[in-house]
Ligand binder design. Structure first.
Ligand SMILES: NC(=O)c1ccc[n+]([C@@H]2O[C@H](COP(=O)([O-])OP(=O)(O)OC[C@H]3O[C@@H](n4cnc5c(N)ncnc54)[C@H](O)[C@@H]3O)[C@@H](O)[C@H]2O)c1
Ligand SMILES: [Zn+2]
Length: 345
């Protein structure tokens, strides 16, 4: 037997930080690019798209599904997109997930770029190469890991972002702080959404810090064999809540994190004081701590979670603020513990 090691993950991804959207033309020519955006983005920033060949999908998580993929592919064919065409996703996580996926499968892959336009997409969804769609009630069930060629960050695009979407983005930022960065946690405690909205320099620094936290985790574990699992903190129950209650992603994972704090208390000895600090921080950033759950419904969805391996699941817990750990737990054990947790709103 001869073993040959081939490396597929050395692709270079260019990050263009803090530049105007209009600079996109310097990266890709209008002639060879097709932009993908959603209806809300297009309505809010119609001028940006002038001169660009643009495909518009309907807004919202519901449209992150196969039917939309088929429609985008049909439009790419109609626009005669070929191997030298760039597909650039300009939008939130729904748009970048779809652009990444279509860019990965159209003609077995064309060059892709992302212009993330929600805080959540800037700090999380557009980073790391995961893309894909939901299948019925199962989140991100189909997709692939493929890095985009570049990302462009124009922080001014956040000027029209609805207030609710700021909170959703902060849910992922707080997640990063909880699993990896105690000093960022303290920084967040000292500030607020309003502070970052009115202080562009602090906002840019915070976004870039989060990009580096996520990127450095992904760089050592692109295929989610180990450390990348930490990024699922709050997501096991969070995804189920998102689907079952139609809550925005960030709101759902906020509640998922609160459950994970309770499990952490039992399993790692995460302290009551630390729990209340995390809960206070979530509330400060306008995130919910609980929802009236139908536990049986949630449990059926958790069982289908992609991270499940046979009879156990990799659950992300906190040892302390800034230190997440991967804990493999038997499904039967998890179920018993889950039944016992009652969240107080
Ligand atoms: N691939 C990954 O690693 C990853 C990580 C985290 C989340 N996600 C996915 O990301 C999605 C959530 O992303 P999201 O929260 O950005 O949702 P989204 O893409 O639905 O955007 C939220 C809303 O904001 C609107 N919008 C976007 N940019 C705007 C702007 N600049 N001004 C005004 N309105 C704007 C959108 O039209 C939409 O209505 C989920 O599908 C989730 O699964 C993926
Ligand atoms: Zn998330």
């Amino acid at each position: 037997m001869k073993l040959t090691e081939l490396f597929f993950s050395e692709k270079k991804v260019n990050f263009y930080f803090d530049i105007a959207f209009s600079s996109l033309e310097k990266i890709v020519s209008q002639e060879h690019a097709i932009l993908l955006t959603d209806q809300n983005m297009f309505n809010a920033y119609a001028d940006l798209f002038k001169g660009w060949n643009t495909i518009i999908i309907q807004s919202g998580e519901f449209f992150k599904q196969q039917q939309t993929i088929n429609e985008v592919i049909a439009q790419l064919i109609e626009k005669e997109a070929n191997k030298s065409t760039w597909l650039i996703g300009v939008g939130g996580g729904v748009v970048t997930d779809i652009a990444g996926f279509v860019g990965g499968i159209y003609m077995r892959g064309i060059k892709t770029g992302f212009v993330p336009t929600t805080l959540l997409a800037m700090v999380d969804a557009s980073i790391g190469g995961k893309n894909g769609i939901n299948v019925g009630k199962y989140k991100n069930m189909v997709g692939m890991t493929k890095q985009p060629d570049f990302l462009l960050y124009d922080y001014d695009l956040l000027n029209k972002l609805p207030q609710q979407e700021w909170a959703n983005g902060f849910a992922e930022i707080i997640k990063h702080a909880c699993i990896k960065d105690e000093s960022m946690f303290e920084e967040l405690e000292a500030h607020s959404i309003e502070y970052y909205q009115s202080n562009k320099i602090a906002l840019a620094a915070l976004i870039e810090k989060n990009i580096f936290i996520k990127s450095s985790i992904v760089q050592i574990d692109e295929i989610e064999d180990g450390d990348r699992k930490l990024l699922n903190f709050g997501h096991t129950i969070g995804h189920a809540i998102e689907t079952a209650y139609n809550l925005p992603h960030g709101n759902a994972i906020s509640i998922g994190m609160v459950y994970a704090l309770q499990l952490s208390k039992e399993i790692t000895g995460f302290s009551e004081v630390a729990i209340s600090r995390v809960e206070k921080l979530l509330m400060k950033y306008h995130l919910p701590l609980s929802v009236d759950l139908d536990k049986e419904k949630i449990w059926q969805l958790i069982k289908m979670d992609k991270k499940r391996a046979n009879t156990s699941i990799s659950y992300i817990l906190l040892e302390k603020i800034g230190k997440g750990i991967i804990h493999d737990i038997q499904l039967t054990d998890l179920r018993q513990r889950f039944e016992k947790i009652t969240l107080i709103s």
